[in-house]
Design a protein around this ligand. Structure first.
Ligand code: BGC
Length: 466
């Protein structure tokens, strides 16, 4: 099957040129979006105790304040596909930035819980919109050889955001500062707005709108005057069959079944293998395994989870376009499964032998560091990369939106029910369940996910036609 398209080999040396300001801005848009996403993921674990004290929340409202960001993100990610097609990728990112700033300001000044929840929902909506629009934007502007690394860089920015939030949580751990913790998200929100205003629109989207000249101008600025024609024709060829807007129903047609199943499957496995149970509840997990003081728990969370997450993501950035997506996914799932099973055994040990607490703590922290490292070089970045490259361009923005919404839905369920599951089934069984899901994920990836390394988006599109 001769699928190696001319576009890959004849691709203009987009990134090989000395980086232009325009390219730097594209990268900054993507990185700042990721940073905001991560900050909002990480900050609530630190802010919650202050919020509880000041607003006197019931247990139900605590859950609402925590989880409605995820709910907002779910709806935001569904709306983002539509928005990205309607007003363009660049303006959609701008809209997300405005939502971040607005939501952060509402939270800072919230006089009561309902207003705070409204702020959380708006920020969540922004998170969902950015989570769809920024990687989509990046994948449409990057050449095949760099696409993986660019979307991985987005993932790294998420991890840096989580890490920064953990640091802020530690520094402002005096409950009263929760407003500042949440409000600080407005700063990168403002930066994102400025970068988005300076950024170029995606040429693919412009061509879709019939604005060939505008697309040509941007491609020429990005690729150089000699090289852009080939890319312009390649994009046009891929878009030729597209005459009218796609409906949601079309996305579910049999012809798109394979990429849709892969996108949704990856989105689910990324979450049901437990990542956000660890991100949100690392402190209580460390407490239960034997870390006695809040300081010790916070240090284990910030450095064991937060910093490891950032560092291991660098491995993915270095290797995703060399080793490929599938080997990284398979290796990561092995590391995650083994370490989760080990945490289960450590808890079993802690629970059955009263004086084994310090061993339990050591084993748990080592195993969780291995878990987070394994996630960070595999499922974290690779899932978003593959989701952003597998859909045929006709349905790409909708497909990405669906997969992202499913991802948020799964994240919502795991973070909502993790504590109840621990209550009902116990800690060891909960972690063994996550480990079993890693095994299931491994088998599924091995059998279903094709390698997309080094293929142009048009090339990947041809994969589904066979
Ligand atoms: C996931 C998030 C997770 C983060 C951790 C992302 O890829 O989508 O749910 O919190 O990785 O780094």
């Amino acid at each position: 099957m001769a699928t190696q398209s001319a576009s890959t080999s004849a691709a203009p040396a987009f990134w090989a040129r000395s980086p232009t300001t325009l390219v730097a801005i594209v990268v900054l848009v993507i990185l700042t979006s990721g940073l905001l996403f991560g900050y909002d993921q990480g900050v609530i674990s630190g802010a919650l105790s202050g919020i509880k004290q000041e607003l006197d929340l019931s247990p139900l409202l605590i859950e609402v304040v925590t989880s409605w960001v995820t709910l907002g993100a779910l709806f935001g990610s569904l709306a983002a596909g539509e928005l990205a097609d309607l007003i363009g990728r660049k303006r959609t990112v701008l809209a997300a930035a405005v939502l971040f700033i607005l939501g952060a300001l509402i939270q800072v000044s919230a006089p009561r819980t309902t207003v705070l929840v409204a702020g959380r929902l708006i920020v969540g909506f922004g998170v969902g919109v950015a989570a769809v629009a920024a990687p989509l934007y990046g994948s449409e502007l990057a050449q095949a050889a760099w696409r993986g690394r660019l979307v991985s860089a987005y993932q790294m920015a998420i991890t840096v955001g989580i890490f920064l939030a953990y640091l802020v949580n530690g520094a402002l751990s005096d409950g009263a500062d929760w407003r500042l913790m949440l409000g600080l998200a407005a700063v990168p929100g403002l930066l994102l707005a400025v970068f988005a205003l300076m950024a170029p629109e995606s040429p693919r989207w412009l061509i879709k709108q019939g604005r060939r000249e505008a697309a040509g101008t941007i491609l020429a600025r990005l690729l150089g005057k000699d090289d852009y024609q080939a890319e312009l024709s390649e994009i046009e060829n891929a878009l030729r069959l597209e005459t009218n807007a796609v409906s949601w129903r079309e996305v579910f047609q049999p012809v798109y079944r394979k990429p849709l199943a892969i996108g949704i499957g990856l989105a689910i496995f990324q979450q049901v293998t437990g990542i956000n149970a660890i991100i949100y509840y690392a402190n209580p997990i460390f407490a239960a395994s034997g870390f006695a003081t809040p300081q010790a728990q916070a240090a284990a969370t910030t450095w064991g989870i937060g910093a490891t997450n950032v560092l291991a993501t660098l491995i993915a950035i270095a290797f995703i376009d060399r080793i490929g997506r599938v080997p990284l996914l398979l290796a990561g799932l092995v590391g995650m499964g083994v370490s989760l099973a080990t945490v289960g055994f450590a808890f079993h040990f802690v629970e059955t032998s009263g004086d084994g607490v310090s061993y339990g703590a050591i084993i748990t922290v080592v195993a969780l560091v291995i878990f987070i490292a394994s996630f960070a070089f595999s499922l974290g970045p690779v899932v978003w990369t593959v989701i952003n490259e597998i859909f045929p361009s006709r349905i790409r923005s909708r497909g990405v939106a669906i997969a992202t919404a499913v991802n948020w839905g799964a994240a919502f369920l795991v973070s909502e029910f993790f504590l109840s599951l621990v209550e009902v089934a116990g800690r060891p069984a909960t972690f063994w369940l996550f480990a079993a899901l890693c095994l299931l994920g491994w088998i599924w990836v091995y059998r279903k996910v094709p390698e997309t390394k080094g293929r142009s988006l048009e090339d990947i599109e041809r994969l589904w036609r066979v």
